[in-house]
Design a protein around this ligand. Structure first.
Ligand SMILES: *[C@@H]1O[C@H](CO)[C@@H](O)[C@H](O)[C@H]1NC(C)=O
Ligand SMILES: *[C@@H]1O[C@H](CO)[C@@H](O)[C@H](O)[C@H]1NC(C)=O
Ligand SMILES: *[C@@H]1O[C@H](CO)[C@@H](O)[C@H](O)[C@H]1NC(C)=O
Ligand SMILES: *[C@@H]1O[C@H](CO)[C@@H](O)[C@H](O)[C@H]1NC(C)=O
Length: 384
Protein backbone atom coordinates (compact mmCIF):
# COMPACT_ATOMS: atom_id res chain seq x y z
CA UNK A 1 0.00 0.00 0.00
CA UNK A 2 1.22 3.44 -0.81
CA UNK A 3 1.66 5.72 2.18
CA UNK A 4 -0.28 8.96 2.26
CA UNK A 5 1.22 12.24 3.27
CA UNK A 6 -0.80 13.72 6.11
CA UNK A 7 -2.09 16.65 4.11
CA UNK A 8 -3.28 14.30 1.38
CA UNK A 9 -5.19 12.28 3.95
CA UNK A 10 -6.79 15.45 5.26
CA UNK A 11 -7.67 16.61 1.77
CA UNK A 12 -9.09 13.23 0.82
CA UNK A 13 -11.16 13.00 3.96
CA UNK A 14 -13.12 16.04 2.94
CA UNK A 15 -16.42 14.72 1.77
CA UNK A 16 -18.39 16.52 -0.92
CA UNK A 17 -16.18 19.21 -2.38
CA UNK A 18 -19.03 21.01 -4.05
CA UNK A 19 -19.24 23.56 -1.26
CA UNK A 20 -20.98 26.12 -3.33
CA UNK A 21 -23.72 23.93 -4.77
CA UNK A 22 -27.02 25.70 -4.97
CA UNK A 23 -25.43 29.11 -5.44
CA UNK A 24 -25.92 30.36 -8.96
CA UNK A 25 -23.55 32.79 -10.58
CA UNK A 26 -25.61 35.90 -11.18
CA UNK A 27 -25.73 37.55 -14.59
CA UNK A 28 -22.96 35.43 -15.99
CA UNK A 29 -23.24 37.02 -19.41
CA UNK A 30 -22.60 40.48 -17.99
CA UNK A 31 -18.83 40.14 -17.75
CA UNK A 32 -15.98 42.27 -19.01
CA UNK A 33 -12.44 41.20 -19.96
CA UNK A 34 -10.28 40.44 -16.96
CA UNK A 35 -7.64 43.00 -16.05
CA UNK A 36 -4.50 41.05 -15.21
CA UNK A 37 -3.43 42.30 -11.80
CA UNK A 38 -0.69 40.96 -9.62
CA UNK A 39 -1.69 40.86 -5.99
CA UNK A 40 0.71 42.52 -3.54
CA UNK A 41 -0.72 40.31 -0.81
CA UNK A 42 1.19 37.67 1.09
CA UNK A 43 0.27 35.43 4.01
CA UNK A 44 3.75 35.63 5.54
CA UNK A 45 2.72 37.86 8.47
CA UNK A 46 -0.58 36.03 9.05
CA UNK A 47 -1.16 33.29 11.61
CA UNK A 48 -3.16 30.07 11.43
CA UNK A 49 -5.96 30.57 13.97
CA UNK A 50 -8.70 28.39 15.48
CA UNK A 51 -10.85 28.29 18.62
CA UNK A 52 -8.31 26.22 20.57
CA UNK A 53 -5.04 24.40 20.07
CA UNK A 54 -6.92 21.10 20.13
CA UNK A 55 -9.47 20.59 17.37
CA UNK A 56 -12.70 18.69 17.88
CA UNK A 57 -13.76 16.66 14.85
CA UNK A 58 -16.74 17.98 12.89
CA UNK A 59 -16.92 21.17 14.92
CA UNK A 60 -18.19 24.35 13.26
CA UNK A 61 -16.64 27.60 14.45
CA UNK A 62 -17.36 31.23 13.65
CA UNK A 63 -14.46 33.68 13.39
CA UNK A 64 -15.03 37.45 13.24
CA UNK A 65 -12.88 40.52 12.73
CA UNK A 66 -14.45 43.98 13.06
CA UNK A 67 -12.74 46.96 11.55
CA UNK A 68 -13.37 50.69 11.96
CA UNK A 69 -11.07 53.03 10.01
CA UNK A 70 -9.09 55.78 11.70
CA UNK A 71 -10.85 59.15 12.07
CA UNK A 72 -11.08 61.06 8.79
CA UNK A 73 -10.62 57.99 6.57
CA UNK A 74 -13.30 56.19 4.56
CA UNK A 75 -12.95 52.64 3.31
CA UNK A 76 -13.66 51.73 -0.29
CA UNK A 77 -12.66 48.09 -0.93
CA UNK A 78 -10.90 44.99 0.35
CA UNK A 79 -8.80 42.34 -1.31
CA UNK A 80 -8.67 39.10 0.66
CA UNK A 81 -6.50 36.00 0.35
CA UNK A 82 -7.57 33.09 2.53
CA UNK A 83 -7.10 29.36 3.11
CA UNK A 84 -8.53 26.95 5.67
CA UNK A 85 -8.25 23.45 6.99
CA UNK A 86 -10.57 21.84 6.12
CA UNK A 87 -13.29 24.18 5.05
CA UNK A 88 -14.13 27.87 5.17
CA UNK A 89 -16.95 30.10 4.01
CA UNK A 90 -16.19 33.83 3.86
CA UNK A 91 -18.73 36.58 4.59
CA UNK A 92 -18.20 40.35 4.46
CA UNK A 93 -20.85 42.42 6.24
CA UNK A 94 -23.09 39.33 6.16
CA UNK A 95 -22.75 38.80 2.38
CA UNK A 96 -21.45 35.39 1.31
CA UNK A 97 -18.35 35.69 -0.91
CA UNK A 98 -17.22 32.11 -1.35
CA UNK A 99 -15.67 28.98 0.08
CA UNK A 100 -12.61 26.78 0.00
CA UNK A 101 -11.61 23.42 1.39
CA UNK A 102 -7.89 22.90 0.78
CA UNK A 103 -5.38 24.35 3.25
CA UNK A 104 -2.51 24.56 0.77
CA UNK A 105 -4.53 26.18 -2.02
CA UNK A 106 -5.72 29.68 -1.17
CA UNK A 107 -8.53 31.76 -2.63
CA UNK A 108 -8.65 35.43 -3.52
CA UNK A 109 -11.66 37.73 -3.26
CA UNK A 110 -12.23 41.44 -3.88
CA UNK A 111 -15.17 43.26 -2.39
CA UNK A 112 -16.40 46.80 -1.88
CA UNK A 113 -16.68 47.94 1.75
CA UNK A 114 -18.83 50.31 3.76
CA UNK A 115 -17.07 53.63 4.47
CA UNK A 116 -16.74 53.00 8.19
CA UNK A 117 -17.56 49.86 10.18
CA UNK A 118 -17.06 46.48 8.42
CA UNK A 119 -17.10 42.86 9.56
CA UNK A 120 -15.14 39.97 8.09
CA UNK A 121 -16.64 36.63 9.20
CA UNK A 122 -15.44 33.12 8.45
CA UNK A 123 -17.49 29.96 8.98
CA UNK A 124 -14.89 27.23 9.45
CA UNK A 125 -15.04 23.53 10.15
CA UNK A 126 -12.83 20.50 10.13
CA UNK A 127 -13.73 16.86 9.74
CA UNK A 128 -10.89 15.48 11.83
CA UNK A 129 -9.62 16.12 15.34
CA UNK A 130 -6.06 17.04 16.19
CA UNK A 131 -3.79 19.09 18.39
CA UNK A 132 -0.86 21.47 18.12
CA UNK A 133 -2.02 23.03 14.88
CA UNK A 134 -2.30 19.71 13.09
CA UNK A 135 -5.98 19.97 12.34
CA UNK A 136 -8.20 23.10 12.36
CA UNK A 137 -6.68 26.28 10.97
CA UNK A 138 -7.67 29.41 9.10
CA UNK A 139 -5.26 31.94 7.61
CA UNK A 140 -6.01 35.18 5.76
CA UNK A 141 -4.61 38.58 4.79
CA UNK A 142 -6.96 41.49 4.04
CA UNK A 143 -5.79 44.60 2.18
CA UNK A 144 -8.07 47.58 2.89
CA UNK A 145 -8.14 50.52 0.49
CA UNK A 146 -9.31 54.00 1.56
CA UNK A 147 -10.84 56.71 -0.63
CA UNK A 148 -7.56 58.67 -0.45
CA UNK A 149 -5.70 55.73 -2.01
CA UNK A 150 -3.90 54.69 1.17
CA UNK A 151 -4.15 51.12 2.49
CA UNK A 152 -4.10 49.10 5.69
CA UNK A 153 -3.54 45.38 6.08
CA UNK A 154 -5.35 43.00 8.45
CA UNK A 155 -3.97 39.55 9.20
CA UNK A 156 -5.43 36.59 11.06
CA UNK A 157 -4.10 36.74 14.64
CA UNK A 158 -5.32 36.67 18.24
CA UNK A 159 -7.34 39.85 17.71
CA UNK A 160 -10.00 37.84 15.85
CA UNK A 161 -13.04 36.67 17.85
CA UNK A 162 -14.11 33.04 17.83
CA UNK A 163 -17.06 30.91 18.92
CA UNK A 164 -17.78 27.22 18.43
CA UNK A 165 -21.33 26.52 17.15
CA UNK A 166 -22.20 30.23 16.91
CA UNK A 167 -25.88 31.32 17.10
CA UNK A 168 -27.90 32.19 13.98
CA UNK A 169 -26.98 35.53 12.44
CA UNK A 170 -23.45 35.50 13.83
CA UNK A 171 -21.96 36.45 10.43
CA UNK A 172 -23.96 39.68 10.08
CA UNK A 173 -22.80 43.26 10.54
CA UNK A 174 -25.02 43.95 13.55
CA UNK A 175 -24.08 40.87 15.61
CA UNK A 176 -22.40 41.62 18.94
CA UNK A 177 -19.31 39.40 19.38
CA UNK A 178 -17.88 41.16 22.44
CA UNK A 179 -18.55 38.11 24.64
CA UNK A 180 -16.69 35.78 22.25
CA UNK A 181 -13.24 34.47 23.13
CA UNK A 182 -10.20 35.63 21.21
CA UNK A 183 -8.77 33.23 18.62
CA UNK A 184 -5.93 30.84 19.43
CA UNK A 185 -2.89 31.11 17.19
CA UNK A 186 -2.08 27.53 16.17
CA UNK A 187 0.91 28.33 13.98
CA UNK A 188 2.77 30.85 11.86
CA UNK A 189 2.56 30.85 8.09
CA UNK A 190 4.83 28.11 6.76
CA UNK A 191 4.27 25.78 9.72
CA UNK A 192 3.82 22.04 9.18
CA UNK A 193 1.61 20.38 8.00
CA UNK A 194 0.37 23.21 5.79
CA UNK A 195 3.67 24.87 4.91
CA UNK A 196 3.17 27.34 2.08
CA UNK A 197 -0.16 28.20 0.51
CA UNK A 198 -0.48 28.78 -3.23
CA UNK A 199 -3.06 31.41 -4.13
CA UNK A 200 -4.62 31.23 -7.58
CA UNK A 201 -3.80 34.57 -9.16
CA UNK A 202 -3.91 35.29 -12.86
CA UNK A 203 -0.44 34.74 -14.20
CA UNK A 204 0.92 34.31 -17.67
CA UNK A 205 1.92 31.54 -17.92
CA UNK A 206 -0.30 30.09 -15.15
CA UNK A 207 1.41 28.52 -12.16
CA UNK A 208 -0.51 25.25 -12.12
CA UNK A 209 1.54 22.30 -10.87
CA UNK A 210 1.06 18.76 -9.52
CA UNK A 211 2.61 19.63 -6.13
CA UNK A 212 0.48 18.13 -3.32
CA UNK A 213 -2.05 16.71 -5.77
CA UNK A 214 -3.22 13.10 -5.27
CA UNK A 215 -3.21 10.22 -7.72
CA UNK A 216 -6.64 8.60 -7.62
CA UNK A 217 -8.37 5.47 -8.91
CA UNK A 218 -11.68 3.76 -8.23
CA UNK A 219 -12.57 2.48 -4.78
CA UNK A 220 -11.38 -1.00 -5.78
CA UNK A 221 -7.60 -0.74 -5.59
CA UNK A 222 -6.36 -4.09 -4.17
CA UNK A 223 -3.82 -4.06 -1.34
CA UNK A 224 -1.29 -5.45 -3.80
CA UNK A 225 -1.67 -2.27 -5.87
CA UNK A 226 -2.28 -4.44 -8.94
CA UNK A 227 -5.44 -3.09 -10.52
CA UNK A 228 -7.34 -5.21 -13.07
CA UNK A 229 -7.08 -4.07 -16.68
CA UNK A 230 -9.98 -2.03 -18.03
CA UNK A 231 -11.47 1.43 -18.49
CA UNK A 232 -13.09 3.48 -15.76
CA UNK A 233 -14.86 6.84 -15.83
CA UNK A 234 -14.12 9.68 -13.37
CA UNK A 235 -16.06 12.88 -12.73
CA UNK A 236 -15.86 16.04 -10.67
CA UNK A 237 -18.25 19.00 -10.66
CA UNK A 238 -17.26 22.52 -9.64
CA UNK A 239 -19.66 25.41 -9.07
CA UNK A 240 -17.83 28.76 -8.90
CA UNK A 241 -18.37 31.14 -6.01
CA UNK A 242 -21.01 33.85 -6.52
CA UNK A 243 -19.98 36.54 -9.04
CA UNK A 244 -17.06 34.47 -10.33
CA UNK A 245 -17.26 33.46 -13.97
CA UNK A 246 -14.68 31.10 -15.53
CA UNK A 247 -12.73 32.83 -18.32
CA UNK A 248 -9.87 30.41 -18.98
CA UNK A 249 -8.10 27.45 -17.43
CA UNK A 250 -4.87 25.54 -17.59
CA UNK A 251 -5.12 21.79 -16.98
CA UNK A 252 -2.29 19.31 -16.50
CA UNK A 253 -3.20 15.63 -16.53
CA UNK A 254 -1.69 12.17 -16.76
CA UNK A 255 -3.09 8.68 -16.36
CA UNK A 256 -1.55 5.25 -16.01
CA UNK A 257 -2.02 4.08 -18.74
CA UNK A 258 -4.24 6.27 -20.93
CA UNK A 259 -6.95 8.92 -20.70
CA UNK A 260 -9.36 11.13 -22.57
CA UNK A 261 -10.29 14.38 -20.81
CA UNK A 262 -13.61 16.23 -21.23
CA UNK A 263 -14.72 19.57 -19.79
CA UNK A 264 -18.48 20.24 -19.91
CA UNK A 265 -18.78 17.45 -22.46
CA UNK A 266 -16.15 18.90 -24.83
CA UNK A 267 -13.15 16.69 -25.63
CA UNK A 268 -9.98 18.46 -24.46
CA UNK A 269 -7.41 15.81 -25.36
CA UNK A 270 -5.94 12.37 -24.79
CA UNK A 271 -2.70 10.83 -23.57
CA UNK A 272 -1.34 7.30 -23.49
CA UNK A 273 2.07 7.50 -21.83
CA UNK A 274 1.92 8.42 -18.14
CA UNK A 275 5.55 9.65 -17.71
CA UNK A 276 4.60 12.61 -19.92
CA UNK A 277 1.61 14.65 -18.73
CA UNK A 278 -0.14 17.08 -21.06
CA UNK A 279 -0.83 20.76 -20.36
CA UNK A 280 -4.01 22.11 -22.01
CA UNK A 281 -5.46 25.60 -22.18
CA UNK A 282 -9.22 25.95 -22.14
CA UNK A 283 -10.96 29.15 -23.25
CA UNK A 284 -14.39 29.39 -21.62
CA UNK A 285 -16.07 31.24 -24.46
CA UNK A 286 -19.47 29.98 -23.21
CA UNK A 287 -18.91 31.61 -19.76
CA UNK A 288 -20.16 28.45 -18.01
CA UNK A 289 -21.77 28.60 -14.57
CA UNK A 290 -20.55 25.10 -13.69
CA UNK A 291 -17.52 23.04 -14.70
CA UNK A 292 -17.81 19.28 -15.09
CA UNK A 293 -14.50 17.48 -15.49
CA UNK A 294 -14.76 13.95 -16.86
CA UNK A 295 -11.94 11.50 -17.53
CA UNK A 296 -12.10 8.14 -19.25
CA UNK A 297 -9.01 6.30 -18.01
CA UNK A 298 -7.74 2.90 -19.12
CA UNK A 299 -5.44 0.49 -17.33
CA UNK A 300 -4.16 -1.51 -20.31
CA UNK A 301 -2.74 -4.44 -18.31
CA UNK A 302 -3.20 -5.57 -14.69
CA UNK A 303 -0.76 -3.30 -12.86
CA UNK A 304 -0.74 0.03 -11.03
CA UNK A 305 -3.42 2.46 -12.28
CA UNK A 306 -4.00 6.11 -11.49
CA UNK A 307 -5.21 9.49 -12.69
CA UNK A 308 -3.73 12.83 -11.64
CA UNK A 309 -5.12 16.21 -12.71
CA UNK A 310 -4.47 19.76 -11.60
CA UNK A 311 -6.25 22.81 -12.97
CA UNK A 312 -6.12 26.54 -12.45
CA UNK A 313 -9.26 28.43 -13.41
CA UNK A 314 -9.12 32.19 -13.85
CA UNK A 315 -12.32 34.15 -13.48
CA UNK A 316 -13.51 37.42 -14.99
CA UNK A 317 -14.71 40.06 -12.54
CA UNK A 318 -18.46 40.26 -12.19
CA UNK A 319 -20.84 41.95 -9.79
CA UNK A 320 -19.22 42.83 -6.46
CA UNK A 321 -16.16 40.75 -7.20
CA UNK A 322 -14.00 43.20 -9.14
CA UNK A 323 -10.66 41.43 -9.23
CA UNK A 324 -9.44 38.55 -11.34
CA UNK A 325 -9.97 35.71 -8.92
CA UNK A 326 -8.80 32.21 -9.49
CA UNK A 327 -9.27 28.74 -8.13
CA UNK A 328 -7.38 25.46 -8.21
CA UNK A 329 -9.19 22.20 -8.94
CA UNK A 330 -7.49 18.82 -8.66
CA UNK A 331 -7.99 15.10 -8.27
CA UNK A 332 -8.95 14.41 -4.65
CA UNK A 333 -11.43 12.45 -2.55
CA UNK A 334 -14.35 14.47 -3.90
CA UNK A 335 -14.06 12.86 -7.35
CA UNK A 336 -16.35 9.99 -8.30
CA UNK A 337 -15.76 6.96 -10.47
CA UNK A 338 -17.39 3.94 -11.99
CA UNK A 339 -16.34 0.48 -10.85
CA UNK A 340 -16.60 -1.18 -14.27
CA UNK A 341 -19.21 -0.31 -16.94
CA UNK A 342 -18.85 3.05 -18.67
CA UNK A 343 -22.33 4.56 -19.02
CA UNK A 344 -23.12 6.38 -22.27
CA UNK A 345 -22.93 10.14 -21.92
CA UNK A 346 -20.91 9.97 -18.70
CA UNK A 347 -18.87 12.99 -19.87
CA UNK A 348 -21.91 15.24 -20.28
CA UNK A 349 -22.62 17.96 -17.69
CA UNK A 350 -26.17 16.73 -17.07
CA UNK A 351 -25.17 13.12 -16.37
CA UNK A 352 -26.24 11.96 -12.90
CA UNK A 353 -23.22 10.55 -11.03
CA UNK A 354 -24.88 10.66 -7.61
CA UNK A 355 -24.75 6.89 -7.21
CA UNK A 356 -21.08 6.62 -8.16
CA UNK A 357 -18.69 5.89 -5.30
CA UNK A 358 -15.91 8.32 -4.37
CA UNK A 359 -12.43 7.58 -5.68
CA UNK A 360 -9.57 6.54 -3.40
CA UNK A 361 -6.29 8.43 -3.10
CA UNK A 362 -3.11 6.56 -3.91
CA UNK A 363 -0.65 9.12 -2.57
CA UNK A 364 0.51 12.60 -3.48
CA UNK A 365 2.42 13.51 -6.64
CA UNK A 366 5.95 12.11 -6.47
CA UNK A 367 4.82 8.79 -5.00
CA UNK A 368 6.01 5.46 -6.49
CA UNK A 369 5.67 4.01 -9.05
CA UNK A 370 5.05 7.27 -10.90
CA UNK A 371 7.57 9.63 -9.25
CA UNK A 372 7.83 12.94 -11.11
CA UNK A 373 6.37 13.52 -14.57
CA UNK A 374 7.44 15.66 -17.48
CA UNK A 375 4.82 17.99 -18.93
CA UNK A 376 4.26 18.57 -22.65
CA UNK A 377 2.30 21.68 -23.62
CA UNK A 378 -0.54 21.37 -26.12
CA UNK A 379 -0.37 24.78 -27.76
CA UNK A 380 -3.86 25.24 -29.23
CA UNK A 381 -6.51 26.40 -26.71
CA UNK A 382 -9.76 24.43 -26.69
CA UNK A 383 -12.97 26.48 -26.61
CA UNK A 384 -15.59 25.27 -24.13
C1 LIG B 1 -27.48 41.90 -15.92
O1 LIG B 1 -26.70 42.82 -16.66
C2 LIG B 1 -27.48 43.71 -17.44
C3 LIG B 1 -26.52 44.54 -18.31
O2 LIG B 1 -25.60 45.24 -17.52
C4 LIG B 1 -28.34 44.57 -16.54
O3 LIG B 1 -29.14 45.44 -17.30
C5 LIG B 1 -29.23 43.66 -15.72
O4 LIG B 1 -29.96 44.42 -14.78
C6 LIG B 1 -28.39 42.60 -14.97
N1 LIG B 1 -29.26 41.65 -14.35
C7 LIG B 1 -29.07 41.24 -13.09
C8 LIG B 1 -30.03 40.22 -12.61
O5 LIG B 1 -28.17 41.68 -12.39
C1 LIG C 1 -21.70 27.48 8.43
O1 LIG C 1 -21.45 26.09 8.25
C2 LIG C 1 -22.43 25.23 8.75
C3 LIG C 1 -22.01 23.81 8.49
O2 LIG C 1 -20.71 23.57 8.94
C4 LIG C 1 -23.77 25.53 8.11
O3 LIG C 1 -24.76 24.75 8.74
C5 LIG C 1 -24.10 27.01 8.23
O4 LIG C 1 -25.28 27.30 7.52
C6 LIG C 1 -22.97 27.85 7.69
N1 LIG C 1 -23.25 29.27 7.64
C7 LIG C 1 -23.39 30.05 8.72
C8 LIG C 1 -23.61 31.48 8.46
O5 LIG C 1 -23.32 29.63 9.86
C1 LIG D 1 -10.80 33.00 -26.28
O1 LIG D 1 -11.97 33.19 -27.04
C2 LIG D 1 -12.24 34.55 -27.31
C3 LIG D 1 -13.61 34.62 -28.00
O2 LIG D 1 -13.67 33.73 -29.06
C4 LIG D 1 -11.12 35.14 -28.15
O3 LIG D 1 -11.35 36.51 -28.40
C5 LIG D 1 -9.80 34.97 -27.40
O4 LIG D 1 -8.73 35.41 -28.21
C6 LIG D 1 -9.60 33.52 -27.00
N1 LIG D 1 -8.42 33.42 -26.17
C7 LIG D 1 -7.48 32.53 -26.39
C8 LIG D 1 -6.35 32.53 -25.41
O5 LIG D 1 -7.54 31.76 -27.30
C1 LIG E 1 -12.12 47.51 -7.75
O1 LIG E 1 -12.67 48.46 -6.85
C2 LIG E 1 -11.72 49.34 -6.31
C3 LIG E 1 -12.45 50.22 -5.36
O2 LIG E 1 -13.62 50.72 -5.96
C4 LIG E 1 -11.05 50.16 -7.42
O3 LIG E 1 -10.06 50.98 -6.86
C5 LIG E 1 -10.42 49.21 -8.40
O4 LIG E 1 -9.90 49.96 -9.49
C6 LIG E 1 -11.45 48.23 -8.92
N1 LIG E 1 -10.78 47.25 -9.76
C7 LIG E 1 -11.28 46.85 -10.93
C8 LIG E 1 -10.47 45.84 -11.64
O5 LIG E 1 -12.32 47.27 -11.39
Amino acid sequence: MVQFHLHSVIALLVAGASLTSGLAVQNATNVSPAPDVTSPLTLSASRWIWNSATTTANAQIGLRKDFTPPLGKALIAAEIIIAGNNRFQLYVNGDYLGAGDRPRFGHRFCVDLLPSFNVFAVNASTTVSGSGGVSGGLIATILLTYTDGTTDTLVTDSSWRVKQAPPAGWETLGFDDTTWAVATVVGSYGVSPWQTVVVALPADPPVVSFANVAWVWTDVVPASGTVPAGSRAFRSTFVPDPNQVPASATIIISADNAYTLYVNGVTIGSGSSWPTAQRYTVNFTSRPTELVLAVLATNTVASAAGVILSMEVNMVPSGRNNCTAGVFLMTDGSWKSTKDLIPAGFEQPGFDDSTWPAVVGEGAYGVAPWDTLTIATVATPVAV
